[in-house]
Design a binder for this molecule. Structure first.
Ligand SMILES: [Zn+2]
Length: 314
């Protein structure tokens, strides 16, 4: 019964996002960055109540000082006391430095350090780290609805090169799309069993609650997981995520204002949920008869009052 209710929730959610999915379901390339990012022009009237919160958070280049706090939900929250992930670690490198999105709750930083080390043990040379959060978290001008509380990280499916990359390489090289052109399975030219072990390693970390991948990747994981399958419940299909996977960790115990997400369905998700995602009408939905209403813009009123204080502070 619970599985049926969960599937219904997935279907409803999927219908709600299918309009945006049409542009995003094929591929989700990370756009190239810039070697000389221009600062954003100041807002005319930043205190206007209808000012999108993303405009305010995008203009904060430094974290809010003090103890680390993830405040609110993954898609409606912010972050205080953020830590910067160093751009070069023993087994990771940060990409797209111009975005200034390699900030996170210290628990996320520790997870990435741990994961990079464990991934090496299963044969993955090193992680290429994409977006984490902005210095004060919050909504972003491009790319995500989540990643707001410093507990989400995107990891590229491209293994780390054997050298420390230049700024140019980090800004302009593109991530490997591992999904086959028909969207029904992974591309055997690029997908390897080590990719499965990489995701298994992330999923088995006790801090991780969810991992989002393209449905074609989930299908490959279901096939290649073998007898040890408990971790598959954390890996859920989503639109895009063909070039990177998205790892979410739980609300840390020391972030009392963090809004946790209910745990994923305990099943391995390899049955009818996956069938739904791989249906023609999900992969290539027909254009909607009525254009969908634009989503309301998130303003500071939609976030916890603490987030207002955090984004307004100098
Ligand atoms: Zn992500």
């Amino acid at each position: 019964m619970r599985a049926a209710a969960n599937l219904l929730a997935v279907l409803m959610l999927a219908a709600a996002v299918s309009a945006t999915a049409q542009e995003k379901h094929l591929i989700d390339p990370t756009p190239p960055g810039s070697l000389n990012p221009e600062p954003l022009p100041p807002l005319q009237n930043p205190d206007a109540p209808l000012t999108p919160a993303k405009e305010l958070f995008a203009r904060k280049p430094t974290p809010f000082p003090g103890p680390p706090r993830s405040i609110g939900g993954y898609s409606d929250g912010c972050l205080a006391g953020a830590t910067l992930l160093p751009i070069n670690g023993p087994t990771w490198q940060v990409m797209r430095l111009s975005r200034n999105r390699n900030w996170g709750n210290p628990h996320l930083i520790r997870f990435i350090e741990r994961f990079a080390k464990n991934a090496k043990k299963v044969g993955w040379r090193g992680l290429l780290v994409g977006d984490m959060s902005q210095p004060r978290g919050g909504p972003m001008l491009s790319g995500h609805t989540s990643h707001q509380v410093g507990l989400d990280v995107d990891i590229w499916f491209t293994p780390m090169p054997d050298h420390v990359q230049s700024r140019e390489e980090r800004e302009f090289s593109s991530a490997t799309d591992v999904v086959a052109p028909d969207l029904l399975d992974v591309d055997p030219q690029v997908w390897t069993q080590t990719h499965t072990e990489l995701i298994r390693t992330a999923a088995q970390d006790p801090a991780v609650t969810r991992i989002f991948v393209n449905a074609a990747i989930k299908k490959a994981l279901c096939r290649e997981a073998g007898a040890d399958r408990d971790w598959l419940s954390k890996v859920r299909p989503w639109y895009g995520h063909a070039e990177h996977f998205h790892v979410r960790i739980a609300c840390p115990a020391d972030s009392a204002e963090c809004k946790p997400q209910p745990p994923p369905d305990p099943s391995d998700g390899c049955g009818h949920e996956l069938d739904f995602w791989l249906k023609e009408s999900t992969l290539r939905p027909p254009p909607p008869l009525i254009p969908p209403k634009p989503k309301p813009v998130l303003t500071l009123a939609g976030l916890s009052p603490a987030c207002k204080q955090i984004v307004k502070a100098p």
